[in-house]
Design a protein around this ligand. Structure first.
Ligand code: 5HY
Length: 247
């Protein structure tokens, strides 16, 4: 099977790291293609960044449809454009936040999230509520590091994340920790060893869920709200989408 892993920000180094983490965990026979949009924010740290990156996600799904991808992963912890992406394909589309929440609740009754900047914490809280996991998450914590510090100043970023994970372990009454950024995909084992708790990150969780869904022959339902968008005129910079039949 072919899984297209979409990093919604435009930082190629982070896309490569996300791709490596996905390949390490993928089953034999699973082909991973890790991509990012050409246009958009170099990192996603706000509602505005999310809104812009969502368009890039839909464009990468449309490219994947031309390449016959069997599943898609949206590799940003805000799951930007997830529902729109699901409308554009029959293939399963999995957000890394959603995937991590599912896995965390299978191995613990309560978990905490450790993300990058405090200001994006609300985005994780909104997802917890909309996916129905709010009752399982004790706290959304932030290491207060800009996303690209994970690329540019890895060790200092790592130390801040581990410190916050230890606080979560000692203060939140939890059984597991969810890492709140695609750019943390390479830190799971190291942090779990350092903190002594199960640590889940969404890229690898999503790869395993994608393999399970494809293996079960399950596809995105086209009955109801995730049906293909109706063709219609688009104006301005989106006029090339006019009257597109997405199916
Ligand atoms: C992510 N931003 O996973 C989110 C993390 C965050 O560019 N990739 C990003 O802080 O919301």
């Amino acid at each position: 099977m072919h899984i297209r892993v979409i990093n919604p920000n435009t930082t190629a180094a982070m896309t490569a790291k996300i791709g490596e983490a996905a390949e390490r965990i993928a089953a034999p026979g699973t082909r991973i293609s890790a991509v990012n949009p050409a246009s958009g924010p170099v990192s996603i740290e706000s509602h505005f960044d999310e809104a812009i990156s969502a368009v890039g996600v839909t464009e990468e799904v449309r490219r994947g449809e031309a390449e016959g991808a069997d599943a898609y992963i949206v590799a940003c912890f805000g799951d930007p454009g997830l529902m729109a992406a699901r409308e554009l394909t029959r293939a399963p589309v999995i957000g890394i936040a959603e995937a991590a929440f599912h896995m965390a609740t299978l191995i613990s009754t309560r978990f905490s999230i450790v993300t990058t900047l405090g200001r994006t914490g609300i985005i994780a809280e909104h997802l917890l509520a909309s996916y129905g996991f709010a009752g399982h998450c004790r706290r959304v914590r932030a290491a207060e590091i800009p996303v690209l510090d994970l690329e540019e100043d890895g060790d200092a970023a790592y130390q801040r994340i581990v410190t916050e994970c230890r606080r979560a372990r000692d203060e939140d009454g939890i059984g597991a920790i969810v890492l709140g950024c695609g750019g943390m995909a390479d830190l799971t084992a190291r942090i779990s060893d350092a903190v002594g708790l199960p640590v889940i990150e969404g890229v690898t969780a999503a790869v395993k869920l994608a393999e399970a869904l494809v293996g079960l022959g399950l596809q995105t339902s086209k009955h109801g709200d995730l049906a293909f968008p109706r063709p219609k005129p688009f104006t301005g910079r989106f006029s090339e989408l006019s009257d597109t039949r997405f199916e």
